[in-house]
Write a protein that binds this ligand. Structure first.
Ligand SMILES: [Zn+2]
Length: 554
């Protein structure tokens, strides 16, 4: 049985890799000897949607991971939103299918795999595990102790809500995370003979979000700075780790993918304020107290906060670093577990809306627009067209007409009715509503880079061909799971949205492999059983020491 290594690099951009390829040893080898191209992400091109599609070969309408959060269509009795957990994924993953067939898998820091679930092998949770404390982050439980010993404290991700104010601390911590991950990947690989081995790096996403304006000379907030090559530095760092790793593992079949690409972010579009100004959304009167608490807790009255932020980031004092490692301070931070990003995406704004008079509102990390339940079914299309028309007439802060593109959305109550991009994703729609003013455009704060739909795809190893064409192909994210399953000799499920990418395989490999299609029912039951086993595992792991915080075992 062949084995396969699937390396995930969140947010990696093929254009940047091609630009720097002569300085990137591992990627240069992948380009020169393997089969490579762009990988087209999901709609929306957002980590939770894209990664779960990678794991399952299915569109977000099947995984239900449209976003970080689980939301409901309003008006509704309970408008609470919450972060999605790995329990919310009901569709079988690549490693569930491998587990059914007795294959051994190691899944390392794959996003949205928190809490860690039962697997024939080992799992280390990925983001957003770092936002919680209480549950283990490894399956089996003892693995965490091994990792801690190996790298002197294993970390999934630094807490950005704190570190984003202190650039040097943030960079130092991210460096640390990448270096430790490199060691853990080598250690895990050597631990036993895996059939499927999947490590994921998340750091590039963070670095590109926060530091794009230091590197891109065309960015409106470009600043020549000592940190100008920090994005390259992290590509190089990951390249170094992967080069070392690939030389260690020798002639193995490797796929390297990202969930989406990256590009500049020029500003924010406050979509709910826009919908209010166009008459689709009605707001309640907000009290001064509420405005104040919004200002403090969401930290998003941007122009004002930008000032504070810029002062903080320019001081660059390694102050937090010293403080934060004090156990007492750490405890306070963990107790005070608020999620500014979650506020930003979900909106405390839901309670500011006059639901009985509202037709459309936006929710989530990309500001997808929902039509409310107030609209009769036969009027839905008409209202949608009106919203689109209003967006098409949108003017940029410069006064020029904005380029607005619309994407197919999905059926179902949890899916937004409208996905769109502004100026090719250079402006990010956010859902914040209340505040001091009614501006619909804001300068970028914290983020100066954001996602793009095209990510990376590389295939290298005995099974794979070398593409010599001038035109770089674009592969589909839904084809990853079927391609991996085909390469492992496992069946592809009939309800998957992708198919194996046959053209990357050598003729010899194709002669040996057989594409099999199986009914999903058996694997869905298996997934349910594995999640039940996970619940038992989590309950047992909590016995004796402490309680969990922030998440229920559902
Ligand atoms: Zn991502």
């Amino acid at each position: 049985m062949p084995s396969l290594v699937l390396i995930g690099i969140d947010s990696a951009s093929l254009d940047l890799i091609l630009k720097w390829k002569d300085k990137l040893k591992f990627f240069k080898k992948m380009i020169e000897e393997g089969f490579y191209g762009y990988l087209h992400s999901t709609t929306p091109p957002l980590s939770p949607a894209a990664w779960t599609s990678i794991y399952t070969g299915k569109k977000p309408c099947k995984t239900k991971f449209y976003d970080w959060l689980k939301y409901v269509r309003c008006p509704c009795k309970e408008s609470r939103v919450r972060l999605r957990s790995f329990f919310d994924l009901k569709e079988p993953t690549i490693w569930d299918i491998a587990t059914v067939h007795g294959l051994r898998s190691a899944v390392i820091n794959a996003p949205m795999t928190y809490p860690p679930a039962y697997i024939n092998g080992a799992m280390i949770s990925g983001i957003p595990a770092h936002l919680y404390s209480g549950y283990p982050i490894t399956y089996p439980l003892e693995l965490k102790k091994e990792l801690d010993l190996l790298v002197d404290g294993y970390e999934v991700m630094p807490r950005l809500d704190i570190f984003r104010f202190f650039e040097y601390d943030l960079i130092k911590r991210l460096k640390n995370v990448v270096e430790k991950r490199g060691k853990v990947i080598e250690y895990m690989y050597e631990k036993e003979e895996w059939d499927f081995f999947m490590p994921v790096f998340f750091t590039l996403d963070t670095i590109q979000h926060y530091f794009w304006n230091y590197f891109d000379e065309n960015h409106p907030l470009y600043r020549k700075d000592s940190l100008s090559d920090i994005i390259f530095y992290f590509y190089k760092k990951i390249d170094y780790i992967l080069d070392k790793f690939s030389r260690k593992i020798g002639e193995t079949n490797i796929l390297v993918i990202s969930d989406h690409g990256a590009g500049p972010l020029y500003g924010y579009f406050l979509v709910n304020r826009f919908l209010a100004s166009a008459g689709f959304l009605k707001t309640k009167r907000t009290s001064i107290l509420k405005m104040l608490s919004t200002l403090i807790f969401t930290m998003i009255e941007m122009e004002e906060m930008n000032f504070v932020y810029n002062v903080a980031r320019m001081t660059r004092i390694p102050l937090v670093d010293k403080l934060i490692d004090k156990p007492l301070i750490r405890q306070i931070i963990e107790r005070f577990s608020f999620f500014p990003l979650m506020e930003l995406m979900s909106g405390d704004f839901l309670e500011d809306v006059e639901w009985s008079r509202t037709l459309a509102y936006a929710l989530g990390a990309v500001g997808g627009i929902f039509l409310t339940r107030n609209i009769p079914l036969d009027k839905k299309e008409k209202v949608k067209e009106l919203v689109k028309k209003a967006l098409k007439n949108l003017k940029l802060p410069s006064g020029e007409k904005a380029k607005v593109e619309f994407f197919d959305s999905y059926e179902g109550d949890e899916a937004p009715d409208l996905y769109y991009s502004i100026e090719d994703f250079k402006y990010l729609p956010i859902v914040h509503l209340a505040g001091w003013n009614s501006r619909i455009w804001e300068k970028p704060m914290f983020f100066t880079g954001w996602h793009r739909p095209l990510g990376i795809f590389f295939a290298h190893g005995p099974m794979f061909k070398n593409n010599k064409d001038d035109k770089i192909p674009v592969f589909n994210i839904y084809d990853i799971a079927p391609t991996v399953l085909y390469a492992l000799g496992l069946p592809i499920l009939s309800d998957m949205d992708g198919k194996p990418i046959f053209k990357i395989f050598t003729d010899e490999a194709k002669r040996k492999l057989k594409a099999r299609v199986a009914s999903p029912s058996r694997y869905r039951i298996a997934r349910r059983i594995y999640l039940a086993k996970t619940r038992i595992f989590l309950k047992e792991s909590l016995k004796g020491d402490g309680k969990s915080s922030g998440m229920r075992v559902e």
